[in-house]
Ligand binder design. Structure first.
Ligand code: GTP
Ligand code: MG
Length: 362
């Protein structure tokens, strides 16, 4: 059984690439399983993988490293239910030190079921990486940028993702910058929305290009912990009850009001993810750090019926209580404007605790 651990900053494209890779491998007769992971209880990514018919288990309530025994139990469960040939494990987008706390313990304690070779890919958004390498201001607090840097440093294979969003002609210059900054690192530029990009990644993994490094990251846990905590987590599930035909309008107004509020208060977005469901329609809508202008509207489909349920996962540089207020206010505004109501099923907002790995192996 092959294990591919996938890390990298919030919204860098991990889930997108894993879905593409899983579909490709499944179409070629492989059994694939996924383990998702995040700070809260109700994960958009898990729902999304399952809606794409990829067997998925999850580690909730904290990162893999601090919940290693749960990760181990979930892997065993995945083996029982799906007997996967290939497993992708996607770590929390603010998590680092994964070689020492996840990959090494897994290889040491779960042989002979798992690899080697096990791979460790780190994804990064090409636009954020470019800013960082050029020394331009980053949209996050220093300790968050520290985590961003440390994730990249740790990569077995660095995927510089969303290359389709890079202005034409800049790629070669950026590749030189990456090579200068990270000598010897295996790097690939990728568009994970294209089949070519994803297949290239799978081929790189099969060829061993992503093999997990043996060297453990040198990381200052005080700064890492501060970076993690700076990004508040919120997960919320609620249902809009609206007059027939008003579902899409309610969702659009909710997203618009929330984006406006975050912008007004100058709160940096790590990643905002929404799973929208009405009748048989299910759609993920996503706002990473560098939010597209207005084209997100086309991602919200027509929503049949009078009930629309949403799962919201938000990671924002904000005070957690304030983030919860902003999300709730946006939902109330949208419900009112659509002539409906909302029913909040679950909400949790908090600052992740200090990372305290179950194991740390050198
Ligand atoms: N243009 C472009 N967009 C991409 C690419 N890969 C991912 N995206 C978009 O980036 C957003 C975030 O993608 P995800 O795959 O959810 O990112 P993630 O790293 O799993 O995010 P977290 O799990 O929250 O850390 C989505 O809107 C994707 O459609 C790419 O190669 N090009
Ligand atoms: Mg994801």
């Amino acid at each position: 059984m092959e294990l591919h651990v996938v890390g990298g900053f919030l919204g860098s494209g991990k889930t997108t690439a894993i879905i593409g890779a899983a579909k490709y491998l499944m179409a070629h007769g492989k059994r694939v399983g996924v383990v998702t992971n995040d700070q809260g209880r109700y994960l958009v990514d898990t729902a999304f993988f399952r809606s794409e018919a990829v067997p998925t288990v999850e580690v909730t309530g904290g990162c893999f490293c601090c919940n290693y025994n749960d990760l181990d139990a979930q892997l065993a469960q995945l083996e029982r239910v799906a007997q996967p040939d290939v497993i992708f494990a996607e770590s929390v987008g603010s998590c680092a030190d994964i070689i020492a706390t996840v990959v090494k313990p897994l290889l040491a304690m779960r042989r002979p079921d798992l690899g080697p070779p096990a791979s460790f890919t780190v994804f990064t958004d090409v636009r954020l990486l470019r800013r960082r390498l050029l020394g331009l201001p980053m949209p996050f607090a220093d300790n968050v940028v520290y985590v961003f840097d440390k994730q990249i440093e740790e990569a077995g294979l660095l995927v510089v993702n969303k290359q389709d969003l890079l202005p034409a002609g800049i790629g070669p210059e950026l590749l030189d910058l990456v090579k200068d900054r990270f000598p010897g690192k295996r790097v690939r530029f990728q568009d994970s929305l294209s089949e070519e990009g994803v297949v290239g990644w799978v081929e790189a993994l099969v060829s061993g290009a992503g093999v997990a490094p043996v060297e453990v990251l040198d990381i200052d846990y005080a700064r890492y912990g501060a970076g993690e905590a700076t990004l508040a987590w919120l997960d919320e599930r609620f249902v809009f009850s609206v007059p027939e035909g008003m579902g899409r309008m309610a969702v659009n107004r909710f997203l618009e009001a929330l984006l406006d509020a975050l912008h007004r208060e100058a709160l940096a977005i790590g990643h905002l993810k929404f799973l929208i469901q009405a009748g048989a329609v299910e759609q993920k809508v996503s706002f990473p750090t560098l939010v597209p202008e207005d084209d997100w509207r086309s991602g919200v489909p027509d929503l049949p019926g009078t009930e629309v349920s949403l799962i919201v996962n938000a990671r924002v540089e904000a005070e957690a209580g304030n983030l919860q207020i902003l999300v709730t206010e946006a939902a109330l505004t949208a419900a009112e404007e659509a002539g409906g109501t909302i029913d909040v099923v679950n909400v949790a907002a908090f600052h992740p605790g200090f990372p305290n790995p179950t194991y740390r192996m050198r």
